[in-house]
Design a protein around this ligand. Sequence first.
Ligand code: HEC
Length: 221
Amino acid sequence: MTGRVILNGFLLLAVVISVTASWIFSSDPARPNFEFLPQMAHSPRYNAFAPNPNFANGSTLQRPEPGTIPRGSMLLHYAATPQDALRAGEELTSPLDSGNVRARERGAFVFSNFCAVCHGAGGAGNGPVAQRGYPPPPSLLAEHALKMKDGQLFHVLTYGQNNMPSYASQLSREDRWNAILYVRAMQAAATPVPPPTPTAPSVPQLKTTQSDAAKVAGGQL
Ligand code: HEC
């Protein structure tokens, strides 16, 4: 009997202690919880530009080893010359499928933000900058631009061409390809599809007579 009373008393005391403890510890909801071995979660580190005794040159940011390239980077081995633009035309192909609607829509966005000021919304070379005295660019719908290969356009956007500045620092490579896809779509929409050339006039040509013309006009043919 007394044993049970002592046990109950002990349990009651334990409940009171744990309730009080939880009330004390949770009384401030803004206070972070107790962290066990905080060094494991928050390891000590140096800020990028802080001095660092662990390296011989005493700085935290280290130069990459000569000859190394950042992971995932693809170097372009071209110079800003017309010859290399032609070489890029032979060597580089667009990674985008011509039917990629998302890329084309993104390209339209890029074009209206970065290109239309000079090239005009339709690519005719009549953008507001060109109308205010900047050397007007040639129409992107003209034969010269139609004949340029995708890789060559990529070279123009990356390195510039005469009065056209480089867009490498403003546009990611992906966005340059997106813009090119949109330029191609604009060109395709503007170029009239040539009518299929008849191979041989297999069907004898019917002569339209005056009376036929009258019937067409009257809706009979
Ligand atoms: C500051 C005005 C300007 C902007 C902005 C501009 N261009 Fe140009 N662009 C030019 C000029 C000027 C030329 C003609 C360069 C020359 O004389 O060879 C040109 C040439 C081109 C050519 C070559 C056309 C040809 O027939 O040789 C392409 C392709 C082209 N631009 C695409 C673009 C695209 C795509 C953008 C947007 C990312 C853009 N340009 C932004 C001014 C501009």
